[in-house]
Design a protein around this ligand. Structure first.
Ligand SMILES: *Cc1c(COP(=O)(O)O)cnc(C)c1O
Length: 420
């Protein structure tokens, strides 16, 4: 850590002061030989595990053949196969195209470029509590100032924000449809449907606090977008690839997005991201208008194909539901006896515990920090999130065993009890 502090800027923070030496099967082993139970998956990335056997073998085989040619110079088959698979796996049976990039933020940027090229319009709307990345354009779409935006402005023009559906903090009587109409009237009043190129939303918000919108919110927004020629973009960077107990979280809401942005869980930790969507929208930018030196790197494509195979062969969509039920059961039981737990929510293996001052809905970020720090000290990797910093989020790798998951949850429950 001393060498890190002397060589890496402090802006690159770390959740835990340990260095990884090896990882897999839900365990991260540090350089001192400590084994940590992993309930974070490197922020929802290692869904299949940190060293899934199919991924290891696929990357090794590809590394021996070639590590790079640049798809824009001499293309290769694995990129096309990843595109074909994503076109097959994502919601909707319309004709699709997929373009590959390196990071979630880069894919979000490209989804916006494509939407603008398709519509000839400029405005883009994102929602309260949204997280879409840290690059210049995506930082403007991200809602939270500290630490993501503070001091980094000015932000790109023609970015707007609309109110979200946040059931736990919603005014009484406002259901999902009413929340959607609140957002629609704001968009119509402040932007104008005819100026809007795209609406971008995480079907279940990630960094913002694992916020699951009320039923009716997303379909109502999607119907309005379709009616007004606004491209509906689902940012499934955190929710994609079996995480939520569906291949994509959009399916929980019967959503068929025009474009879907994926990254994180796509390639077992190798850097890869994608934009997948309606062929007529995706084909709007001219020849050479999309791309990047490394986008769809062959090692990352080999890894992604191995991830898709692992999810399907090992039944990981079903596994996410089983893991999610175990998480919900334990935390709901704890909530019944612990007034500091305001809400337990999520879908599949994406579960959050929102911490508040007992008897109120006032966020308690200090408690979230204390619980996480104590969990870390006891050997469990736990992440926090939320606009108010008061949410513990659980994203175990789907390769974790029941026994290890149970041990991690036992430790966490003990942390809450010891801090009672
Ligand atoms: C992490 C994340 C991003 C940004 O992905 P990077 O690979 O870090 O650029 C975008 N959207 C969502 C929903 C995310 O969770």
């Amino acid at each position: 850590m001393t060498r890190k502090q002397a060589s890496v800027p402090r802006g690159i923070g770390t959740t835990m002061p340990v260095f990884a030496a090896a990882a897999g099967g839900g365990v991260v082993v540090d350089v001192d030989g400590n084994s940590l139970i992993d309930l974070g998956s490197g922020i929802a990335v290692t869904t299949v595990g940190n060293s899934a056997i199919r991924v290891i073998e696929a990357v090794q085989r590809q590394a021996e053949l070639f590590t790079h040619t640049c798809f824009m110079v001499t293309p290769y088959d694995s990129y096309v196969r990843v595109a074909e698979q994503l076109n097959r796996l994502t919601p909707g049976d319309h004709e699709k195209r997929t373009a590959l990039f390196n990071s979630g933020a880069e894919a979000v940027e490209n989804a916006i470029k494509i939407s603008r090229a398709h519509t000839g319009r400029q405005a883009v709307v994102a929602f309260d509590h949204a997280y879409h990345g840290r690059t210049s354009l995506t930082m403007g779409l991200t809602a939270k100032n500290m630490p993501y935006k503070h001091g980094f402005g000015p932000f790109a023009a023609e970015l707007y924000r609309a109110p979200m559906s946040y059931p736990y903090r919603e005014a009484p009587g406002v259901d999902g449809v009413a929340a959607a109409h609140r957002a629609i009237s704001q968009m119509e009043g402040q932007i104008g449907a005819g100026n809007l190129a795209a609406m971008i939303i995480e079907p279940i918000q990630g960094e913002g606090g694992f916020i699951v919108p009320a039923d009716g919110f997303l379909p109502t927004l999607a119907a309005w977008a379709r009616e007004h020629g606004v491209v509906f973009i689902a940012d499934e960077v955190q929710t994609g690839f079996a995480r939520t107990g569906e291949m994509f979280a959009s399916t929980h809401f019967d959503l068929v997005p025009d474009l879907i942005v994926t990254a994180k869980g796509i390639a077992g930790g190798l850097p890869l991201s994608a934009v997948t969507g309606r062929a007529e929208i995706m084909d709007a930018p001219g020849v050479g208008g999309l791309g990047g030196t490394y986008g769809g790197n062959p090692l990352a494509c080999a890894a992604a194909l191995a991830v898709f195979e692992t999810i399907e062969e090992d039944g990981l969509v079903e596994r996410a539901r089983v893991i999610g039920a175990a998480l919900m059961d334990r935390f709901e039981a704890l909530q019944r006896s612990d007034g500091r737990i305001g809400e337990v929510r999520g879908r599949g293996a994406m579960v959050a515990v929102e911490l508040v001052h007992p008897g109120t809905t006032t966020p308690d970020p200090a408690l979230a920090k204390r619980v996480a720090t104590e969990a870390h000290a006891r050997g469990v990797i736990v992440l926090t999130c939320g606009t108010y910093g008061n949410v513990l989020r659980f994203l175990p790798p789907l390769a974790i065993s029941d026994q290890l998951l149970g041990a991690g949850l036992d430790l966490l429950v003990a942390v809450f009890e010891d801090m009672g």
